[in-house]
Write a protein of this length. Structure first.
Length: 302
């Protein structure tokens, strides 16, 4: 047990709700989190959980399920920050948001990986450098590795912070997980762009193009957020970015709300399971998929 005799009596209980700043003992965040921001993002991610969760139950799609898990993780993290706005010295609230908000985007990228694999199976293997199954195996494996590394680093850093010990090791592990995720997303983005280039000769329905654009917007948001978090963690827990909440709100919370919220407007779970025709521009020949796309999706997800 760490020696807490040097702490003010109000802080010896990790589940305290000391609100006023104690001289010589700054808040763990370096600031008192915004209650308004906490409530706003809890509402936004709560809407995402409800919307994608409903589609998961109704249509049983992997993409909806992964988006639901990611939004739920974000919701828990922002609930922790909302709790911290009222109890800024509470260690449990602080640790909740550390461990959840660092890993939540992993589930959003997993949804993007599954979604691209589905498009490859629908439009044709000839338009992709690798098969849909290979996409799923490679990038989902990368996602799991990234998740485990970031979760382990977050747990180590939060444990060390709770015991007033050095958090450097846990922080470095978290950074490694975020950078690994960035590398995987870079490779995925290049392959996805190549697929879009190759399949551009197909006159795909407007609804499908909207899903592709939504996927690109989501990917850019996650990528930008990961760059921010990597720089933030490299600077350290007392670095410039870590000390100003506005950066976290704009470059983490808002970007993640966009990454998951865009699929409430352009939901692949509603669009993809339709039987459609593809017109090849070059030869003006019609190529009809005789099987339901929903059956193809189910075969992938199985």
């Amino acid at each position: 047990m760490p020696d807490k005799s040097h702490l003010p009596e109000a802080l010896r209980n990790p589940n305290n709700c000391q609100q006023d700043l104690i001289p010589g003992f700054n808040y763990a965040y370096g600031y008192r989190p915004s209650l308004a921001a906490g409530i706003t993002f809890c509402i936004l991610f709560g809407i995402a959980v409800f919307g994608h969760g409903f589609q998961t139950i109704r249509l049983r799609r992997w993409t909806s399920g992964l988006l639901t898990i990611g939004a739920s993780t974000e919701l828990i993290g922002w609930a922790g920050r909302t709790w911290s706005s009222e109890c800024p010295y509470n260690q449990n609230a602080y640790l909740i948001q550390i461990t959840t908000l660092i890993i939540a985007p992993v589930f959003f990228t997993a949804a993007l990986y599954v979604l691209l694999g589905t498009f490859i199976s629908i439009l044709g293997q000839e338009y992709s450098l690798i098969s849909a199954r290979t996409y799923t195996i490679i990038f989902m494996t990368c996602d799991v590795v990234s998740l485990v590394v970031q979760a382990a680093g977050g747990a180590m850093a939060s444990s060390a912070a709770g015991q007033q010990k050095d958090t450097k090791l846990g922080t470095n592990i978290m950074v490694a997980g975020v950078i690994f995720q960035l590398v995987a997303m870079t490779a995925f983005a290049l392959l996805a762009l190549d697929f879009c280039r190759r399949s551009s000769k197909l006159d795909t329905p407007r609804e499908y193009n909207k899903i592709l654009v939504a996927s690109l917007i989501s990917l850019i948001a996650i990528y930008a957020r990961s760059i921010f978090r990597a720089i933030e963690l490299i600077e350290g827990w007392t670095g410039y970015l870590m000390m100003y909440e506005a950066y976290f709100i704009a470059l983490d919370g808002a970007l993640m709300a966009i990454a998951v919220g865009i699929f409430l407007l352009f939901d692949p779970a509603r669009t993809i399971p339709k039987v459609y025709r593809v017109v090849k521009r070059e030869s003006e020949e019609f190529s009809e998929f005789s099987a339901s796309v929903s059956e193809i999706v189910r075969s992938i997800e199985a």
